[in-house]
Design a protein around this ligand. Sequence first.
Ligand code: ATP
Ligand code: MG
Length: 372
Amino acid sequence: MSAPHTRVLVCCGSGGVGKTSLSAALAIKLARSGLRVAVLTIDPARRLADGLGVGALGNDAREVPLRALFGDDGGGRLDALMLDARSTFDNLVRRFAPDARAAQRVLDNRYYQFASTRLGGSHEYMAMERLLELVQSGAYDVVVLDTPPTRHALDFLRAPERMSGLMDQGVLKWLVMPAGVGGWRALEFGSEAVSSVLKALLGEGTVGEIAEFFDAFRGLGDGMRQRSLAVRALLRAPTTRFFLVSSPAAAARAEALFFLAVLREERMPFGGFLINRVAAAPPAFSRGEWSGRSPAEALALDAVDAQCAEQADLAAAHAKAVAALRAEGPAGAACWLVPEQSGELHELSALIALGAALPDAESVWGADGTGA
Ligand SMILES: Nc1ncnc2c1ncn2[C@@H]1O[C@H](COP(=O)(O)OP(=O)(O)OP(=O)(O)O)[C@@H](O)[C@H]1O
Ligand SMILES: [Mg+2]
């Protein structure tokens, strides 16, 4: 089972709303408040990794040099990782194979090499697996998990159930499913259709290798089923929180609400909305300061006026959008507004500014940190 003292924060939301940026900013904030934090990102922009001072991110934890970047570490520690589905899967095979030879048989199988990275669900499942590893390592107080855009994140949340369910059936049909060729439903067309898809995809010779793969893989089933059950429990633990990231845009809000319904259905704990890229009202300024200026200055003044009016309209529209989300969301739901940043987000000043608008540990889990 998962180590109960490691708390989990998951950032979900539609594409491009800022899940990765806010995950990083949250992780920095929590680490600088004295916690040991890991942030597991999905496809972070290269510049973000650079901004964190860790060079290239990979499957192994890299320590973010908080002291060098911020002058102090607040007594905490931050590790950053990027999900590498293939390495995670390989490690899992090594862990659960009865011996090194059996592990190698799976790893050398060409179908495995294809299935472990390219088939529907494998990335999602491996993200969950990696999350569990980080939690069980006991090295962290908090693990912050970034996710792919909503639709994939759903697969992500349901991956453990799928995996354990299919293991129970004793068949890894799951892995016979090419991603994007109709998802799970392709199975309903029967094995012949699936096999012809695979033939087209992999070439005639490979189908025999698939059978061999299933044979070799079957031995791993029990261990992997146990892991699936542990992830399932972890996602519903009282110290886990799902944050729904949205922009003020209507489509992003709708997706956040849709996701909220899924969380409820799955009995996964909702932590609140993070509404990102909210426009600030323009600073007030008075024309009086400018009276008696030249015609050129008066023109410039008009331009500034127009810009301020535009900014004020945008801020008003965003305030309306925020009010709408609050009204449609559950009564009393926590809601954090994260301002639009000018300039490059990977710069530390921007990540700190984002962090200032994000929740601290106490507002997520209460003063005793239990989330009760
Ligand atoms: N508050 C903000 N102000 C300005 N720019 C922002 C803000 N938040 C995010 N961005 C920018 O928006 C873009 C998308 O952000 P990010 O990659 O974090 O989104 P994402 O939800 O992880 O995207 P994806 O769904 O593709 O994984 C980036 O260029 C980022 O710098
Ligand atoms: Mg992202």
